[in-house]
Write a protein that binds this ligand. Sequence first.
Ligand code: SAM
Length: 300
Amino acid sequence: MFSYRHAFHAGNHADVLKHLVLIATLRHLTQKPTPLMAVDTHAGAGVYRLDGDQAETSGEAQDGIVKLVAAGLADPAPALADYLEVVASFNREDRPRLYPGSPFVIQKLLRAEARDKLKLFEMHPTDIKALVGHMAQLEAGRQVSVARQDGFESLKALLPPPQRRALVLIDPSYEIKSDYTKVSACIQDSLKRFATGTYLVWYPIIPRPEAHDLPRRLKTLANQAGKPWLHATLSVGQRDEAPQAQMPGDAPHRPGLTASGMFVINPPHTLKPVLAAALPQLLQVLGRGRGKGQTLESGG
Ligand code: SAM
């Protein structure tokens, strides 16, 4: 338990998809003047150094945000341009050295004047300390609360929110198989408590039955509740590389995650067209080889 550290994966293609969808959703929800409650059930450390040991060891950001920035797209789709601006706002140089995790991304888009609130949950003993320290640097005061508690369980007490408007990001590490069933149980319970909330679920696309079933279960839950949904996936595919000779002492080659999805219940009506313009550009830059592709479907 708790072997997962997001610092190794920060800014990879899955974070790019997740944070792009998160920003596009929040932009819409923060247009209304009424207050919004945002909940990040699995917050991580808040912000990450891309030149730190963990990110450099994995190199995953090189195939994600670093590649995207280096591509210098001449005419990025508005949602992609917005995402790149949010990342750039945490960096002084053109090359990103800091990567904002979901707590930093959400806090940046929330409005003090509208009295928006952000509730963060994290369980890892090291990451919770880092998260508390990082959030304190933002000096957001009572806008943000951070708790070392189970995000799935803690969400229950927050719904329905007094504001009657909520965005909930559910982004577990799925390091234990039970996370998949917990996500669907959490969505089922949350829709009963607060049917009009906007729920965003990130999941990995990997060859394991639980991962395969999750979007299907989420679709069923949304349909049963009579709520609209949107499902976006990005697969960067396998690396087209000639096999390298293995040297004594080399780590065995690990292909890593090649695809992930975002499932959104009660998406803003603007989200689908915005993603339809951005996802092909993401794929064009981040696609690597065999199996690459993107999908966007909606229902309800
Ligand atoms: N949402 C973050 C972002 O986008 O920057 C990344 C989160 S990472 C994928 C998942 C995090 O959930 C890890 O930091 C892990 O320690 C934490 N975690 C695992 N189980 C948890 C639980 N039951 N409640 C809250 N956090 C948990």
